[in-house]
Design a protein around this ligand. Structure first.
Ligand code: FAD
Length: 505
């Protein structure tokens, strides 16, 4: 039997995870990863401060231990990273804040009084069967109260998705909330029932409930990182891809690859052409690059098929991304403790009219990353689309960060170190109706480009690394099933394969 050939475009966490899981399921497969940058870049960007603090300038610190977060721990076990996993400080990770004129702990006694009745009444409201999608803000207002939507949903959408709760789709951004209402009639009752159902439908990657790694992370706080920072994950994926267990083909990892075109050949298989002349004919191409980059590539390749009233590339290019800046601030002494600030960090709502989205108090979440007795934190800002790029923008972000800690946290000390990183068009915005775009994209892809698959942010609503790992597992499981049964017949994609990945939509 001929070995299936996979070509993965993009060497971020999604692309590398797809490659590693394919290698595991189909040891004889030929897997090539083409990345335009170093592996893991740009999102994974760990650096060391002057006092050896671990500073994350991109994909930041945590994978939340929700259903996907728990399952994603299985990948760490596969990569033999158990000893490297660092659970967050349990006390700090339990204390989250929102900035509303001042930094407030959530939930405080006043919030229980204010929002408790609306939350308790939630199971009583009838489910809405007529709606196809809804904004996060409208959903929370309908199921709970406008006050809760303003007070909680708005800052969470800004802090986690750099987006506006009134524009983001609840169906794509918070699929479990949406489905719990659709399926069980209540977000809260559904959460309880779906936890039980999810446990019964666990995948091969999910750890057993009594697994020591799961127990350690669950008992240590709701998120985790690695002793040497998140680049550990990329390093381990790269290492296993190049030096897999005996009997498994090593992957071909090509950095700084500039992809020119994707061309279907006479055999129906796609040929990937790089600018340096390298060519590769594959059975299946997995694009783990942004939708806009894929749209441009398909256009360049003359594969711009019609979708409703627009073309495939126009549809992909209409999935927008927001630009954000990440600022790391280091202090000589524990300024947070002096201000009696203890916790994971703080989200900032839009009614504060701040460009700051959120801040994370890293040295409290992961004291092991502290390096010294000082403190360090990370602040996130949105950058207006028309902001000038370059040194000037970085200086503005630096000033905004100092102003935020001075005014919001009352910290007057000068930081000993400041790092700024600007992320252009980095955070996908899943706007109202995103699921329809994906359904249209999938219909055209299956008809005209059956050899193409997509993974990563911007498509199936993946919002963090854990979601990406689970989506990569879902995709590679379905590919492995198909290749095992019908070698070479990539077009034999089942409805089930798509619906499993779109379960949350
Ligand atoms: C500032 C920031 C903070 C974040 N913080 C967190 C967090 O705390 N927790 C969390 O879980 N998630 C976080 N995320 C989200 C997380 O980082 C991303 O979801 C994840 O890294 C995306 O991985 P990816 O591999 O799909 O995409 P990317 O990391 O974007 O990788 C895409 C890869 O494709 C390559 N590429 C792009 N275009 C081409 C092309 N045309 N040809 C070839 N290669 C190409 C790139 O070089 C890159 O290697 C954060 C994201 C950002 C931007």
């Amino acid at each position: 039997m001929a070995a299936p050939k996979f070509c993965i475009l993009g060497g971020g966490v999604s692309g590398l995870t797809c490659a590693r899981l394919l290698q595991r399921s189909l040891p004889h497969a030929e897997v090539t990863v083409l990345s335009s940058s170093r592996l893991g870049a740009p999102a994974v960007c760990t650096s060391k401060g002057a006092k050896m603090q671990v500073l994350e300038q991109g994909f930041h610190n945590s994978i939340l231990v929700n259903k996907n977060g728990r399952e994603a721990l299985g990948l760490l076990k596969l990569l033999k990273l158990e000893d490297q996993v660092l659970s967050a400080n349990i006390e700090a990770s339990a204390r989250r804040h929102i900035f509303h004129g001042r930094v407030q702990l959530v939930p405080g006694p006043q919030h229980v009084l204010l929002h408790g009745p609306a939350l308790l009444a939630e199971p009583l409201w009838p489910r809405s069967k007529k709606l196809d999608d809804e904004s996060v803000f409208a959903f929370v207002t309908r199921r709970a109260s406008k006050m809760l939507a303003t007070y909680l949903a708005d800052p969470i959408c800004r802090g986690q998705l750099a987006g506006d709760a009134k524009e983001l789709s609840v169906r794509t951004c918070f699929p479990r909330l949406w489905h719990n209402e659709q399926r069980f009639g209540s977000v809260f009752l559904g959460a309880a029932l779906s936890t039980v159902l999810a446990y019964r439908r666990r995948s091969w990657m999910a750890l057993d409930l009594l697994d020591p790694l799961l127990q350690r992370v669950a008992a240590g706080g709701r998120c985790y990182s690695f002793r040497a920072g998140l680049s550990t994950l990329v390093g381990a994926l790269e290492e296993q891809l190049m030096n897999p267990p005996p009997g498994t083909n090593a992957a071909d990892l090509r950095r700084d690859a500039s992809i020119e075109t994707l061309e279907p050949t006479e055999s129906g298989k796609p040929r990937v052409q790089l600018r340096d002349g390298f060519q590769l004919e594959a059975d299946c191409v997995i694009a783990s690059i942004q939708p806009t980059a894929l749209g441009q590539l398909l256009k360049r390749s003359g594969l711009d098929f019609a979708v409703s009233e627009q073309s495939l590339s126009e549809l992909l290019l209409s999935i927008h991304n927001k630009s954000v800046a990440v600022v790391n601030l280091c202090y000589e002494k524990n300024v947070l403790k002096e201000k009696r600030l203890h916790g994971a960090g703080c989200f900032v709502g839009s009614e504060q009219h701040e460009s700051m989205l959120a801040m994370s108090w890293d040295s409290q979440l992961y004291p092991e990353h502290g390096g010294s007795d000082g403190a360090h934190m990370t602040l996130y800002f949105t950058i207006p689309a028309d902001a000038p790029q370059g040194v000037e923008l970085e200086r503005l972000m630096e000033q905004a960060a100092i102003k935020a800690v001075t005014q919001q946290l009352g910290i007057q000390e000068e930081p000993t170190e400041i790092r700024v990183k600007v992320w252009q068009d980095a955070v996908p915005q899943y706007l109202l109706g995103h699921h329809k775009k994906l359904q249209e994209f999938n219909a055209v892809r299956r008809r005209h480009l059956p050899w193409l698959q997509v993974s990563g942010p911007g498509y199936f609503g993946t919002r963090n690394i854990a979601d990406e790992i689970i989506d990569a597992r879902e995709l590679t499981d379905s590919l492995a099933r198909r290749f095992a049964r019908f070698p070479g017949l990539v077009e034999n994609e089942l409805e089930e394969d798509i619906t499993r990945r779109m379960e949350g939509f």
